[in-house]
Design a protein around this ligand. Sequence first.
Ligand SMILES: [Zn+2]
Length: 222
Amino acid sequence: MALFSFLGAIQQVTGSCYLIETHAGARVLLECGMQQGRRKDEAGNRANFPFDPQTLDAVVLSHAHIDHSGLLPRLTAAGFKGPVHVTTATGELLELMLLDSANLQEKDTEWENRWRARLGKPPITPLYTVADTERMLKQRRPHDYGEPFEAAPGVQVTFHDAGHILGSAIVQLDVEDFGRTRRLVFSGDLGNSCSPLMHAPTVLQQADVVLMESTYGNRDHR
Ligand SMILES: [Zn+2]
């Protein structure tokens, strides 16, 4: 079976990030989320990625929420040049959300640097900039629901409607390794309030491995 590394979501609710590696050498990153919340958690966003971004074949994204997508501009700034596979609607939403996030990063940094200057401390740089984000947005590759595509050699991906936000997807990965294909299904965030499993449970039933993220229920998360 392909190696499945949990880089983000194990320790905190936000900041989803999973690395899928096959023995043949394919490397696909599933989600690239930003940690949100306490200042201590947010400091984690500045840590180096626990893998070399330049060695990734592709990124696959289940939906546009910042806790799943927010570090993408940082990933490309760190050298990732491959495609970012999204649904068509997620691709559009991503532009709004990440540019907004980048604007916030720049403004927060500007404000903080004013204080730092008064205290004689050296300035800090934003987590990422609008320019980083615009570069990243060029790497988007939109796909329709139900249309399989190859994210990397031996890694076929199909998006299914997750009913969470506009464009959100359950991500089906058919991973070929050692001559066998196994189906891994990533739930992303499912549903929005009352019926979290309303959409596409058949996808989940056909999987060899199901990775479920806790549903947020009525809780609001950006
Ligand atoms: Zn979400």
